[in-house]
Design a binder for this molecule. Structure first.
Ligand code: BGC
Length: 282
């Protein structure tokens, strides 16, 4: 595992008041990268966490063991988020274990990069299926469960919270990654249209738009000093992000601290969406 993350003990210390106590969260793609960081923070904030993974239970189990050893509650749940049946089974399992789901963080995502003229239909469809359809399927099961279960004012003012994991590329075009950028552009309207539809039910739907965060998905962009220097030209704040930057905002958006926020993307990007080239050009 990549060690660019605080330890579980350090993360626990951030949330002495346990703002998510008594709630249950599903985090998809939580066996590595941003999803792992989000699962650790949400657990440290007091929620029971379902750590979803698609292949290789070892990493997901290790995340759960670490959370459970530090006072949290986590279980690993296998599901391919692009499969309707698998997502439905995952929700049923988590609901039977913890009683309900209060927080859904559809995070699982991947890249299959190619120059546009070389991009296969398979590369296009695979990325859209996991990144966009996967988030649709999870959000839909979450909304169904929130409506079925009804209010729980003892744990939250809202009926339920969905925090989509988008990207700066829901707004920044990304040549060579047209499938990925299209999936994130799709998440923007999935999130906003869904937020508009379910707000009257007191369900909040928001997105996090991470910039460059040190995870396996973009390792080549930061792992050598030369690559990191080049990447920093895109980041006015002058550091590459870490998963804890995202975990903290996920807890905020899942908690009543953000009770009046819905239909928004919070970019967590060190200013990448400020188009730094224009600081001296244009
Ligand atoms: C991508 C990363 C990239 C970052 C900034 C993310 O959504 O997954 O590979 O480094 O955006 O461009």
């Amino acid at each position: 595992m990549l060690k660019v993350m605080a330890t579980q003990v350090e993360i626990e210390a951030l949330y002495p008041h346990k703002p998510l106590k008594g709630q249950t969260a599903i985090v998809t793609g939580a066996n590595s990268g941003i999803g792992e960081g989000v699962a650790r923070h949400v657990a440290a904030a007091g929620a029971n966490v379902a750590v979803n993974y698609v292949v290789g239970p070892e990493a997901a189990n290790a995340v759960c063991e670490d959370i459970n050893a530090n006072g949290g509650t986590a279980i690993a749940v296998q599901a391919d988020v692009s499969s309707e049946a698998a997502v439905q089974t995952m929700f049923a399992d988590v609901i039977s274990k913890f009683g309900t789901v209060d927080i859904c963080i559809p995070n699982a995502g991947l890249q299959r990069d190619a120059a546009f003229s070389q991009m296969s239909l398979e590369q296009w469809e695979f990325v859209l299926k996991v990144n966009l359809t996967g988030q649709f399927l999870c959000a839909r099961e979450a909304v169904k469960e929130f409506l079925r279960r009804g209010p729980r004012p003892e744990v939250s003012s809202s009926l339920g919270k969905i925090v989509h994991m988008s990207s700066v590329h829901e707004t920044i075009p990304w040549g060579g990654h047209v499938n990925y950028a299209s999936s994130k552009g799709g998440i923007l309207q999935l999130m906003k249209s869904l937020a508009q539809e379910v707000a009257p039910h007191q369900i909040r739907v928001n997105s996090i738009g991470p910039g460059a965060i040190k995870t396996p998905i973009n390792r080549s962009a930061w792992e050598t000093p030369e690559a990191e220097q080049k990447l920093l030209t895109l980041i006015p704040y002058n550091r590459v992000g870490v998963v804890d930057d995202i975990g903290k905002v996920a807890v905020f958006l899942a908690s009543d601290q953000s009770d009046y926020i819905t239909g928004q993307t919070i970019f967590v990007d060190g200013g990448m969406t400020l188009y730094p080239g224009f600081a001296t050009g244009g």
